[in-house]
Write a protein that binds this ligand. Structure first.
Ligand SMILES: [Cu+2]
Length: 145
């Protein structure tokens, strides 16, 4: 039984960390256009999403090398945290820490409380699942005055 379980985990683990099933352009990049790690800003904060090497398409669009933006706020980097592996395999939740831009939007203006906040951009496929390989930005920390 132990041997069988070990085999199952060996098969599943690489898949879970590889993202979903939609292939990405592994050279694609998602990035913050107007913010850098360590910036101090005032609320409301406009965040502009940059993407090169792939295209933006609304959620539900099954088109090669496209996806829609997600903004992760104040949570561990994609793939980490309690639900990290599940998010890579099955998709991102939608809540205050996970904003979806399923209309194909490329910027947002946020009300953020004073203090420090982390932000990370993640591209998701038609079903909100990160691609294989996942296209993610660096995690930046900003301070809201
Ligand atoms: Cu989404």
């Amino acid at each position: 039984m132990k041997a069988i379980l070990a085999t199952v985990f060996c098969l599943l683990a690489p898949l879970a960390w590889a993202g979903g099933e939609t292939p990405s352009n592994p050279d694609a990049e998602v990035y913050f256009v107007n913010l850098s790690d360590g910036d101090t800003v005032t609320s409301p904060v406009t965040v502009v999403f940059g993407l090169r090497g792939m295209g933006v398409a609304p959620a539900g669009t099954e088109k090669e090398n496209t996806g829609h933006h997600h903004l992760l706020i104040d949570r561990p980097p994609l793939g980490q945290g309690e639900d990290g592996a599940d998010e890579l395999a099955y998709g991102l939740p939608a809540d205050d820490n996970h904003l979806h831009f399923g209309g194909g939007q490329t910027e947002v203006t946020l009300e953020l409380a004073p203090g420090t906040h982390t932000l990370q951009l993640v591209l998701g496929d038609a079903d909100h699942v990160p691609h294989a390989t996942p296209i993610v930005s660096e995690v930046i920390t900003i301070t809201v005055e």
